[in-house]
Ligand binder design. Structure first.
Ligand code: 5GP
Ligand code: ZN
Length: 113
């Protein structure tokens, strides 16, 4: 999608610090980290939010979780991590391209605020 920030990051039109990439998924460091390790993992196709996941595109969600496990091993996150998807206005979503936050390297409170 032409006007989407994360589509531009995937295409390299906006620079990012790559953490992981394969045919389905791109992961990069968040520009405003909420933990000592904070990556954003996105599907390489434009899906607007978690509310738009369906039978056609849900394979990307599996691929994202495969990437989570690979990144966790590569980055030595064996002490633990959290994966978060914000969806919609009340969910705090600010970028309209499905993404999964991978947060680690500090104790993460539960429940979140
Ligand atoms: P959301 O608030 O939609 O759940 O998450 C969007 C995330 O994208 C935020 O954590 C924000 O810091 C991050 N972000 C926004 N713009 C950029 C950018 O240009 N580069 C990077 N690396 N992260 C960004
Ligand atoms: Zn997009």
């Amino acid at each position: 999608m032409d006007d989407c920030l994360f589509c531009k990051i995937i295409k390299g039109e906006i620079p990012s610090k790559k953490v992981y990439e394969d045919n389905f998924v791109y992961a990069f460091l968040d520009i405003e980290p909420q933990a000592p390790f904070h990556a954003v993992i996105v599907p390489k196709v434009h899906i607007a939010s978690a509310a738009e996941i369906d039978e056609e595109n849900s394979m990307y969600v599996s691929k994202i979780y495969e990437a989570v496990a690979k990144i966790a091993k590569k980055e030595n996150l064996q002490k633990g991590f959290r994966v978060v998807t914000n969806c919609g206005e009340d969910g705090g979503q600010t970028v309209g391209h499905l993404h999964f936050h991978l947060l680690a390297r500090r104790y993460l409170q539960w429940p979140p605020g």
